[in-house]
Design a protein around this ligand. Sequence first.
Ligand code: AGP
Length: 611
Amino acid sequence: MCGIVGYIGYREAWPIIIKGLRRLEYRGYDSAGVALMNGSLNTYKKVGKVNDLENFASGENLSGTMGMGHTRWATHGIPSDRNSHPHKSGDGRLTIIHNGIIENYASIKEALTLRGHSFSSDTDTEVLIHLIEDIQAQTHLKLEEAVRIALHEVVGAYAIVIMDKDNPDQLIAARKGSPMVIGVGQKEYFIASDASPIVEYTKKVIYLNDGEIAFITRDQLVVKTIDNIVQTPYIQELELKLEMLEKGGYDHFMLKEIYEQPRSVKDCMRGRIYSNEGRVHLGGIDEYLEKLKNIDRIVIIACGTSWHAGLVGEYLIEEYARIPVEVEYASEFRYRNPIISEKDIVIAISQSGETADTMAAIQLAKEKGATIFGICNVVGASIPRLTHAGVYTHAGPEIGVASTKAFTAQVTALTLMAFSMAQQRGTITQSKLVQLLTQLDQIPTLIEKCLESNESIKAIAAKFKDSRNCLFLGRGSGFPVALEGALKLKEISYIHAEGYPAAEMKHGPIALIDEEMPVVVIATQNSSYEKVISNIQEVKARKGIVIAIVTEGDVDVKKMADYIIEIPDTDEAFLPLLATIPLQLLSYHIAVLRGCNVDQPRNLAKSVTVE
Ligand code: AGP
């Protein structure tokens, strides 16, 4: 996510803003910028880190007691100086910073262009400040009114701060769907995406609500709704310590990101599913959908967790779009001489968009004539720039090395891709899509429900923190979930763990089973439930210890497993999105109990940019 900082008061604004942007660096970003009011409205912005911005602005007039700053996590427009925030209106009078996504920015941009506006960036944010300028020009209304009207027109999420060159004593802030905190000092106010840039100056904060606009001068704060109804702001006392805030109050980024999954899955779906109509719309692959009617197969290439997401994609695409799918480790694919042709679509999955093996595999597939779709979490990263088309997962920056929210966002994107391909090829009825999308809409809420088991999972983790090995078993789309659970455990707790198709036990791994071997089984109510029960009985017959992930209300598995973790019922298509959550929590708690460095496990990097 982007980071926002604003200040108005009696102190020099620049140092407060720069320090505040550093406090927000944990959110991940690719560029930074500051706007300062010091006689005139000056902006300094640069792709790169806050240090790069400071070096860029050194020697400039950085005085002034009002200003705002921004760290950008690119959503529309690649990371570059010109796409960095702040952005200005066409006449240079207004300046804005923004965290969020304006979903209908393209249509607004088109209308403004027809009215003579020209844009210096590819961002949705610049469109918003031009819209406000245009409304004022058309109506001659005050800025406050123009902002209100503009915010009624936009669809999407925003946390914005606006400055007006002609009004050097006011900040205007507004939010909907993106967080914003206002710090209340003595004749000074602070604005930020969370409390971490504020807490060292004041403990009094107001959490602006969705649909509210704040008009802030040195002497007063007025809050109104976008319907112009004055609100009485509720001032709270911050209790959290600063170091906690940078992780949003969580002990580790990994836990924070596990808990972000209801939002990140929702953000991945935002603006892409129309449940009542039974329709999926993935703008990023639209122009290639026609091609889907006569392709031979889909090849998915990825590494690690992203490869596991690819295996889930295989089940979904073959089940619904009836297209043959092969899933390849990018590191293997790139060194083989694979048979790839222009009749193939290759889907490259990567959270970071910088994985060297995946990039090399893309190049090879491209040279052989394939069409390349990307699924990536970082806008403007190398992989999205290599692919012909694709979708962003919009999960927000993932800081923990162990991938969690990126996995469920990738699976969500693959689900949408499978449904989109199926509707294109006519292999799914509209009524079936209505039913599936209605259930998919519920997944963020069901993930919330899975997270409620955290304490019971923590208790189970305590019993296995000293295990030396662990087996994860699943069938169907439960098998990639088993692989992902095993990877999570081994990469952060250093316990050897293996994921296996449950049916494969009798072909060897069952020799490992004894009273020392915990076996995690994905045993939810689905088409292979009875078979999995037999596998659990095989394990129990050899004194193995079974931790079963079951559908809430299950009674049969409860009679035979040693530990049960319940998840809500859902369509089999969405099982991976729910069953993975308890496995993430189980691995997290075991690793914490073992004193491991959960966010930066030994030997690992967040993005493997080398071979
Ligand atoms: C997963 O927890 C690991 N961090 C690792 O396997 C990761 O998924 C893999 O390196 C691929 O990274 P990417 O998605 O950024 O390409």
